[in-house]
Design a binder for this molecule. Sequence first.
Ligand SMILES: Nc1ncnc2c1ncn2[C@@H]1O[C@H](COP(=O)(O)OP(=O)(O)OP(=O)(O)O)[C@@H](O)[C@H]1O
Ligand SMILES: [Mg+2]
Length: 511
Amino acid sequence: MPEQSSPAQEIAAGYATSGNAVELGSVVVDGQVDAGARVRIPLAMMNRHGLVAGATGTGKTKTLQGLAEQLSNAGVPVVMADVKGDLSGLSHPGASNDKVTARAADTGDDWAPTAYPVQFLSLGTSGIGVPVRATISGFGPILLSKVLGLNDTQESTLGLIFHWADSKGLPLLDTKDLRSVITHLTSDAGKADLQGIGGVSSATAGVILRALSNLDAQGGNEFFGEPELVVADLIRQTDGKGVISLLELGNLQGKPALFSTFLMWLLAELFEELPEEGDLDAPKLVFFFDEAHLLFHDASKAFLDRIEQTVKLIRSKGVGVFFCTQLPTDVPNAVLSQLGARVQHALRAFTPDDQKALTQTVKTYPTTPHYELDKALTSLGIGEAIVTVLSEKGAPTPVAWTRLRAPRSLMDTIGDDAIKQAAAASELHGKYSQAVDRESAYEMMAQKMAPPAEQPRAEQPPEQSAPAREKEEPGFIEQVMGNSAVKSFFRSAASALGREITRGVFGTRRR
Ligand SMILES: Nc1ncnc2c1ncn2[C@@H]1O[C@H](COP(=O)(O)OP(=O)(O)OP(=O)(O)O)[C@@H](O)[C@H]1O
Ligand SMILES: [Mg+2]
């Protein structure tokens, strides 16, 4: 006669049994943890996406840290936003203490301090990681509108402006390129072009120009430009371990829109670049969006639609996306419904709004005979979560109150100096540390010259030295625009520059 199994074991029976899975932790029932009742996410289901949510201080970041460690161990590269700097500890072995030892025993974990391969990245040159950039053209109008805080009308105007520049094959690399094109279109010389694209009012163009100036004042000009980050550089292994690319928010605290939109750009780039895959045993890359509310906050309909579409489609490219935020209600339903794994840390129920969010959260879980979910969700301990994931067969697993494993790397920041040192010594430093200002729309006008025959997309040779960027004088574009050579340049731009730029699902450039 088989022994009667406990509720904890009954729950665990619904989870993966093989080792080819990420270990989350062990099942808790009636306050008792069963170290042998394991809660796992099969590696093959990591591309079915997930949500890690919970009130502040409940253990979300440590959950991400633990997931990243195990993915790296399995050879899967990871990209994460390090919003508070505390994920930098992934690069150092953790410190043992009584709490960690107790948690290891609770979760049947043969815990040992371990460091993981980390690549530190930052947006623009004033950050602490290796600077990464995107071009204005690569970003495209929808993402740029999000960064500029444009409304729907302004967003569609920007779309028309991009469309015009794209059709002329005009390289918009940095903010001054875009400014020069907008200034042209709203000048006397550009009237004919403007009529050709229709629907651009000079008042709206003026708003966009002002928003661009604000962005520049906030450091946008050090982020937009070349060399543009090549997403293949995020899909790397070292000694069989997946490299964890940490995007340090650092001094961008005041510019969350740029930071979160850049992450979305990365995802769109991955979607455009990676081939279709069948069902893989393990994902090619897992992407963690910490502080995901920043992404959805104030987002346009077009932007939200694209997120939804990208999340839906990127799964078939072998990429998993995990959103991390305080409340599940921060994530639009259309996106939420595509997230196969739920790791819900404790929720607060202080205010009527909290209560509403709690009720909504409960509704998104499968029913469970073992827990009263509303009570469970408000009484979870730190580093515990209510979990349901997809089994190897793709079915939702039983709801499990889970005590999560402790990360094996350092649960703290390693500090700015150590991050800077690691970045300077890293593989990508030579390729990306220097900005390159190649000839583009702005320079061509400035030189009052005919454009060169070909404008290949920059495949920057490593360590190419950069010509110093010249400071732009006020009113310069306006002066240049009045010049007849410039007017004729714009008239001939179409024939001279050739290659039309096409845009993919997110409005980002397709190669
Ligand atoms: N899995 C875990 N193992 C060990 N300790 C943990 C674990 N999860 C959380 N802790 C403890 O709880 C603290 C807070 O966790 P964490 O920083 O992950 O919270 P958070 O939800 O990300 O908070 P915030 O919203 O403020 O960023 C950690 O510093 C650690 O001491
Ligand atoms: Mg956190």
